[in-house]
Design a protein around this ligand. Sequence first.
Ligand SMILES: Cc1ncc(COP(=O)(O)O)c(C=O)c1O
Length: 406
Amino acid sequence: MAHINQEYLKLPGSYLFSTVGRKQREYQAAHPEAKVIRLSIGDVTLPLAPVILDAMHKAVDEMGQAESFKGYAPDLGYEFLRDVIAKKDYQERGCDISADEIFISDGAKSDSANIQEIFGKDNKIAVCDPVYPVYVDSNVMAGRTGVYDVNTMTWSDVIYMPCTAENGFAPQLPKETPDIIYLCFPNNPTGATVTRSQLQEWVDYANKVGAVIIYDAAYEAYISEEEVPHSIYQCEGARTCAIELRSFSKNAGFTGVRLGFTVIPKDLVVDNTKLHSLWARRHGTKYNGAPYIIQRAGEAVYSPEGQVQLKEQVAYYMRNAAYIYEGLKSAGFKVSGGVNAPYIWIETPGNMGSWEFFDLLLDKAQVVCTPGAGFGPSGEGYFRMTAFGSYENTVEAVERIKKLNF
Ligand SMILES: Cc1ncc(COP(=O)(O)O)c(C=O)c1O
């Protein structure tokens, strides 16, 4: 008789964005005339840049010719893409990362969810609170998180590192020693960042206690300030303690195209075993590679025209971020983020609960935000807005919120 993985039954409720989407659909169905503006999920809205389209068209044509047709991609990804990533994202920033330490994938969500597979079940994870839900949920599915407490919205075997206004939304080193530390900067959902010297402290700590940092840099392209590191490998010693995750979703609009990569330095050794070898083994068994057409599109991201066109897209979104930040600040809200990230993290007015404020905003302004509580207990009393909408919708949403006179 078949049995299910009982750990799945421990997952509380539905995935955050499913609930947000359902509430929006229900509202729209009840108010068909309402123009609902969705600044909730972090999905891009600008079309693919011309340089990406050209690369994809060309690759499609290659697939139609016997001489240039491609079947299965190499396990770790095509060399043309791994080489350009190693050079542009790492070596040109002074990071000692080579092409054969890069694993191409279909995006950072799958990598961030799957990477825990190569660690023992008894590893204790530490996460920022609030946090991108995938890190915790994937560990729940693996049976690593203990018992869920509905009142505190926490798992008994997870170390939570509160990121609050008091600490500038940057986690402090935990009191209890973790085995795996998830860090994400620029952060989703708070939009906060750490400086290179702050990140260096984490690297030193991880090396000292023998922990592995899983560093999610999906929003690296949005960094505007000099002291904010673009990669954890800009810190000394990161090669022996850190895995880095990257995505093409937010820097190049690939949310529907799907491409990302994971970096595992060959110096990263746990239990006398190179994590690089384990992940290569896992990749070889469970993954048949991102499509050739998409990997060619990824290569185009690094071309000189690609860099120009994509900088314009990032600037477009960051203009929205500035509009939300300034608009809501001037309306009396306490706002943060939005400078090195496309997310603005805002305190709910009058100590309102996150979901209560979400419902009110939908009802009174027809604006969909993301309730902070959905990202963890320390997110209660906050809401997140994204800069990924159109400029016109962003302006209208901010003006509607201002009119509510909180
Ligand atoms: C922190 C973080 N990591 C990963 C992802 C997923 O990226 P991808 O589209 O490459 O799967 C997201 C998407 O919103 C994210 O916010």
